[in-house]
Write a protein that binds this ligand. Sequence first.
Ligand code: HEC
Length: 167
Amino acid sequence: MSSNDKQFATAFITVLGGLTLLVIILFFIASYLTKDVSSYKDEELTLSNIEPVGKVNIDDGSVPQAAATPAAVVAETAGAVPVAAAEPLSGEQIYQRNCMACHTAGAAGAPKLGDVAAWAPRIGQGMDTLMAHVTNGLNAMPPKGLCMTCSEAELKSVVDYIISQSQ
Ligand code: HEC
């Protein structure tokens, strides 16, 4: 090897070594800079990012039927503010939800709402008796009129409503 060749070889190896070192340094800088980005690979985050906006509420039996009222289903699918369940219902609302089926149609001999003649003797028994019959049931009249979640005060407000409409 001539000294020219030797000089070339030395320079060549030096440049090559320098470039290799540069590649290694750049690699570490790059991986340092992308460190935060790698958290986006987190599976949970990805799943929550691609989650559908709405869900179809299919009754698979896991939720008690009473909880899946149409209003709740609509609220859930529309993503709307849920119906405030905590707010006590008015006597009229409870009547329409629980008592109307029998007392508007007069089913099973139920005294009809607004039937003054049918209600007069019942109202005449006094509130205590009426409330006892509503709470415990009376013949075909089921206990609590089937409003099992109704408090005593709520039941009283329904009876007040029925009386106000039937005298
Ligand atoms: C399954 C049908 C049915 C439902 C639901 C029902 N009732 Fe009745 N209710 C009756 C029948 C039948 C009677 C008459 C009972 C009798 O005198 O033999 C009656 C009677 C009553 C009476 C008169 C009781 C008395 O002492 O004469 C009241 C008050 C009353 N219901 C309130 C309610 C209220 C409030 C609700 C809802 C929370 C309700 N009912 C739901 C069938 C029903």
